[in-house]
Design a protein around this ligand. Structure first.
Ligand SMILES: Nc1nc2c(ncn2[C@@H]2O[C@H](COP(=O)(O)OP(=O)(O)OP(=O)(O)O)[C@@H](O)[C@H]2O)c(=O)[nH]1
Ligand SMILES: [Mg+2]
Length: 428
């Protein structure tokens, strides 16, 4: 899971170039999971973690985040271990960054820069790249006065590169200008996507979105469903690494009796996902907000998966998709795992994308949620009742729609109640 990086001369720097110490501040709640995750993030960005330091405090120190004594200890630790990077688990202000670098003599970055850096290296689509760069610039803008070596152009390294290995701007005016341009371009891309969505809504094909923590197996489940559909050639990227998927991917899936839905694969979450990044990704994640059903994928083999569930739920809420209909999908059940605590009042399914066990149940549950209690019918809606036609486009599952001289002809499946309401227009 190492990542190739380049220095100013475009020479490849090996993973060994970053020898990192992790620092966490514990205010009340246990941060061991979050530190473990920081370790994974550091590794994903190409750093080797030499040691960790945790301080329990009532509230963070304004000047240096951790206490004065701890800063000295950190400086000694960095020197003894010959570390060249210190990574804080919490977001640092510009002043804190500079003070800490001055005191330790080592580059200091935080979790946010780290995550943004991984995203920058992984983004492939135009939209993904723009969103990440926007998030990076948003992070930089309020920290310009405290500019430490972390954010400067000098030296390069984690946090100085935008998507596509391009150096990030350091000048306020340039940053503002660039942010404006990016927002404009994103707006245009968004309107194209809006049109695609409108087209899909018109055909009323329901949308199912895979959501969950990074590395839970969302893409693996999508690939398994595609394989069951004989569409392996449409496979998406799946890999044992943090943030394997950055761009929203969508694929059509056919069920029995001509029913169809669109399956969407999304970026995974981690705890303390930078707010600027969530903001930036809101546009692509809008697809999730408009989905008819969410599949919340959980890596059941991870012992603290409750923590992952809580983080995912929180981000979903923040995106405005908190109350959506969902199925809890406990994946990787081929691996040893503890007893799974099912969520009451929600459909829970245990499966393995690897072995295929439980996948049939998942498809049945999806079909049930999307189409249960629906009746198939053919309706001819007179043009004078345009509002009914639009309602059907929104609410029913339309498989055929045709403009005929007498009105709009539909072949669809609709809710029992709707069927009773519109029965007078049925043609047999
Ligand atoms: N043993 C086992 N491994 C699995 C299973 N499902 C997925 N994996 C592995 O878990 C790793 C992550 O799978 P992905 O599908 O890329 O995970 P993801 O949720 O899409 O991750 P991000 O795109 O990073 O958010 C890969 O190495 C998969 O092969 C499973 O059922 N059992
Ligand atoms: Mg994925």
């Amino acid at each position: 899971m190492s990542m190739v990086r380049f220095n100013e001369q475009n020479e490849v720097i090996s993973e060994e170039s970053y020898r990192a110490i992790l620092v966490g501040l514990e205010i009340g709640a246990d941060i061991s999971y979050s530190m473990e995750e920081l370790d994974g993030l550091a590794e994903a960005a190409g750093a080797t973690v030499l040691g960790r330091m945790i301080q329990s405090m009532e509230k963070p120190n304004t000047a240096t985040m951790i206490g004065k004594g701890k800063v000295e200890e950190l400086a000694q630790m960095a020197q003894a271990m010959e570390a060249d990077l210190i990574i804080f688990n919490d977001e640092l202000s510009g002043m804190q960054l500079r003070n800490l670098e001055e005191a330790t003599g080592v580059r200091v970055i935080d979790r946010t820069i780290l995550i943004l850096d991984i995203f920058a290296a992984r983004a492939t689509s135009r939209e993904g790249k723009l969103q990440v760069e926007l998030a990076q610039l948003k992070y930089r803008l309020p920290r310009l006065t405290g500019f430490g070596r972390s954010l400067s152009r000098l030296g390069g390294g984690i946090g100085t590169r935008g998507p596509g290995e391009k150096k990030l701007e350091t000048d306020r005016r340039h940053i503002e200008r660039r942010m404006y341009d990016i927002r404009e371009e994103l707006r245009q891309l968004k309107s194209t996507r809006g049109t695609q969505r409108a087209r899909r809504q018109k055909s009323s094909v329901p949308v199912v979105a895979l959501v969950g923590y990074t590395n839970a197996g969302k893409s693996a489940i999508m690939n398994r469903i595609l394989a069951m559909n004989g569409r392996e050639e449409k496979n998406v990227f799946e890999e044992d690494m943090l943030f394997a998927t950055l761009d929203v991917q969508q694929r059509g899936v056919d069920l029995q009796n001509g029913r169809r839905f669109v399956l969407i694969d999304t970026v995974g979450f981690v705890s303390k996902l930078p707010h600027s990044l969530i903001e930036a990704f809101k546009a692509t994640l809008e697809e999730v907000v408009y989905a008819d059903l969410l599949l919340h994928v959980v890596d059941a083999s991870y012992e603290n998966h409750d923590f992952h569930i809580a983080v995912t739920e929180r981000v979903m809420k923040e995106l405005g998709a908190g109350g959506k209909d969902k199925i809890m999908v406990f994946n990787k059940c081929d691996l040893p795992h503890e007893q799974i605590i099912m969520e009451p009042g929600t459909e829970n399914i245990e499966l393995s994308a690897r072995t295929g066990q439980g996948m049939d149940q998942l498809l049945e549950a999806i079909e049930d949620k999307l189409f249960s209690g629906r009746i198939r019918a053919r309706l001819l809606i007179p043009f004078s009742r345009g509002e009914i036609a639009s309602y059907l486009c929104e609410e029913a599952d339309v498989s055929v729609m045709d403009y005929r001289p007498e009105g709009t002809y539909f072949e669809l499946s609709l809710k029992e109640a709707d069927y009773q309401r519109f029965r007078e227009y049925e043609i047999i």
